[in-house]
Design a binder for this molecule. Structure first.
Ligand code: HEM
Length: 463
């Protein structure tokens, strides 16, 4: 008989799950705020200028206010102390699964962010080995040659940074996560499937009525392609010695010593692709934008890279890139990739002195804390030195700087994202000097991900 651990049945949470069947709370009239237009609420304001809408609400109604976003009534909650209560959630009042159910639940059910409490804690174990130092070292060796190739293939004529980095990062994560070669036929099929799912997340018709041209239908088909593909790989990964994330996940065991079920693995990998890709794409796009319009910082980072005297970073070099690190954090302070996090209350509780009913949607705009004048010096200014050890403004409150969230659901990939950004930036800065067109002032969009609407046109020059 084989001594391999048995496979667990799909996990079954123990707590009372009736909160998942309840509709959203509607009567929040005792809390100050404004729902906005009938049905759509403030959706238009979110799409056009989310930051302005949130700041306006905070000035008029304070850190807790009622609102309607995308047809869901709920509370806009901001401020470091309120976020501390929600993220740490010692009384288990806040469900992430129900917070994200409407937006992501149809496509990413079973992903880590769509699991609550004990079940979530038990499932997070699946990533244990995948993010250990040894594994991360291996990912560096995989990504460096890929970035070298993508950067060498750049055509400077009419170059737009956003589509370039989006495609490059999708290929990079497919290689790191499941060891998929970017030139294989499977890569094209999976990339297309993944993009179809992302498109479907913003579909107006959110039901599969079988019409093949509708975004939602295409998204569902895409999901099936990815699930089937990953499922087929599981046996092979369990038997092999791969150093990709899926291989680590396939061999990880639950608290009771069983392997995770196929279904769990497939759901986690799909969500991982989603959670890792757009977020880092948005971050790198804004980093390059800021470096293009602040040439003094571009030169400072280039000098840091040149001082190392290497074409590519090794894993051991990642922490040495301190100026780059400060730029990374300053950009995520000003342009957090996840602009709005969501939760839903499991039971009645109190937030900021207000009584909040059970099943109330909670909307957390990350950037609000990132602009508080009480803690940040000239918060609108691009000033990476604020993250230097001498100033360390982010330490003003433990829940002041939250681009990766906090508490049990804090981003599991934040070191990976930081590392990936540095690997790319190092090679790009050594190869190219870049700037935006004259008098460039981009209009930003926030949904489905924050980025300049025009995809960031760049003039780039070989060094
Ligand atoms: C700059 C890049 C990234 C940003 C800004 C970011 C941001 C976040 C945030 C804000 C959350 C928590 C959401 C909440 O609490 O509501 C989160 C969760 C998560 N992120 Fe990231 N992320 C990034 C990159 C990545 C990468 C590269 C990976 C994987 C390699 C990843 C995997 C995940 C996963 C699995 C979760 C769910 C964690 C849980 O529920 O326990 N993220 N991320």
């Amino acid at each position: 008989m084989s001594s391999a651990p048995a496979t667990s049945a799909p996990s079954k949470p123990s707590m009372d799950l009736s909160y998942k069947q309840q509709p959203d709370a509607q009567n929040l009239d005792h809390i100050p705020g404004e729902y906005g237009m009938p049905v759509l609420g403030k959706t238009f304001e979110i799409l056009t200028d989310m930051q302005k809408m949130v700041m306006d609400h905070s000035v008029r109604f304070g850190e807790v206010s009622r609102i309607n976003l995308g047809g869901q009534r709920g509370l806009l909650v901001m401020g470091p102390e309120n976020l501390k209560q929600i993220y740490l959630d010692p009384e288990r009042n806040f469900s992430t699964e129900m917070g994200y159910a409407e937006r992501l639940g149809r496509f990413y059910k079973g992903g880590l962010l769509l699991r609550d409490f004990d079940e979530h804690r038990a499932q997070r174990r699946i990533f244990q080995s995948a993010f250990k130092n040894q594994a991360m070292k291996g990912y560096v060796d995989v990504m460096n040659p890929q970035f070298k190739k993508f950067i060498a293939e750049i055509n400077p004529v009419g170059f737009h940074f956003f589509p370039f980095i989006k495609e490059s990062l999708l290929k990079a994560v497919a290689k790191v996560f499941i060891d998929l070669d970017d030139i294989s036929a499977d890569a094209d099929k999976l990339n297309a499937a993944f993009l179809d799912i992302n498109d479907a997340l913003t579909a107006i018709v959110r039901k599969d009525i079988g019409l093949p041209w509708l975004k939602y239908h295409k998204g569902m088909q895409g999901l099936k392609v990815i699930h089937d593909f990953v499922k087929k790989l599981i046996i092979e990964k369990r038997a092999g010695n791969g150093a990709d994330m899926l291989s680590f996940m396939c061999k990880e065991t639950t608290e009771s010593g069983n392997l995770f079920s196929e279904e769990d693995i497939v759901q986690h990998v799909s969500f991982l692709l989603f959670g890792a890709h757009d977020t880092t794409t948005s971050a790198l796009t804004h980093i390059i934008y800021r470096l293009a319009v602040h040439p003094e910082w571009q030169e400072k980072l280039r000098a840091e890279c040149q001082a190392l005297g290497k074409e590519q970073l090794d894993y051991e070099d990642i922490d040495k890139m301190t100026q780059m690190d400060n730029v990374f954090h300053e950009v995520l302070r000003l342009h957090p990739s996840v602009q709005l996090m969501t939760r839903r209350t499991v039971r009645a509780c109190e937030i900021g002195g207000y009584r909040v009913p059970a099943n109330t949607m909670i909307y957390i705009p990350t950037f609000f804390n990132h602009k508080l004048e009480k803690y940040w010096k000239h918060p609108e200014k691009f000033d990476p030195d604020r993250f230097s050890p001498e100033r360390a403004e982010q330490k003003g409150h433990a829940f002041l700087y939250v681009p990766f969230g906090g508490g049990p659901h804090k981003c599991i990939g934040m070191h990976f994202a930081n590392m990936q950004a540095k690997l790319f930036l190092h090679q790009f800065l050594l190869k190219y000097r870049f700037r935006t067109p004259e008098n460039y002032y981009p209009k930003m969009m926030y949904v489905p991900l924050p980025k300049p609407i025009d995809d960031l046109p760049l003039f780039i020059e070989r060094i």
